[in-house]
Design a protein around this ligand. Sequence first.
Ligand code: AMP
Length: 278
Amino acid sequence: MAIFKDIAGLRQWRQSLHGTLALVPTMGNLHEGHLALVRLAANRAEHVLVSIYVNPLQFGPQEDFANYPRTLDQDLQRLHEAGCQTVFTPDNGLMYPRGRQDISIVMPPRSLSKVLCGASRPGHFAGVCTVLSKLLHMVAPEILVLGEKDYQQLRIVQQMVADLNLNVQVLPGPLQREADGLAYSSRNTFLNLAERQVAPLLAETLFDLARRSTSDAEVSDLAATGWERLERAGFLPEYLELRDAQTLQSLALPQPGARWFAAARLGQTRLIDNVIIS
Ligand code: AMP
């Protein structure tokens, strides 16, 4: 397995490649959601590079950057088993050699980035866009694979790629769930046993809302019922909203292709999920 930690080695490898390269950027603590993206990438490109980097720029001061699960040895083992041979593991010195206070930042469009997670996480999506721009310049892949678990991130990055004329195709991968419906997430490891049992109710609520989102349904009533259900189960909901899948603007009327989005805290853990109306 080739593990690149610097840009020179990575670029040399990149230049020696024949055929297309897909980049799967991650923050590590790899689970089935990540591995499904790696498999999707391998189906679409001749070469796959997985990056593992916990990007400090996308965490707020009160967020879990310090505690974010870092499991590099286990991640490399999983990637090896999944047939992925090439990994990029930059450190903060490589990504932000001048620190993070006074650097060029990529700002995503307001309409996509100030809603949903952006409302409670100021600067988060600018951090995401900045690190992904850097990774795209370093790796120069033909394909960038992103999961629909972070649907707002996917839409923002698609828009960034279009706005900045980046020469890469964004390939979305479907959201992967545990058998009980809970969306795979590195943050699920923070859940204690009791919370883990309650956690699938977030997905259950969204699927229920999507099922009940018929053309004559009142969106505000649906949202209120879902909110109460989450609160009764012990969640602290942050948002529960129906939005257009392209513009991420609120919708007063349900329509096929729109998505229900939720973020909610369960104890110390913040979970997000989204479900499409079919
Ligand atoms: P992260 O390591 O959480 O930054 O995620 C890296 C990539 O994996 C992002 O594109 C995520 O959207 C994607 N991802 C994370 N969890 C899932 C999941 N349950 N299903 C599909 N993609 C996922």
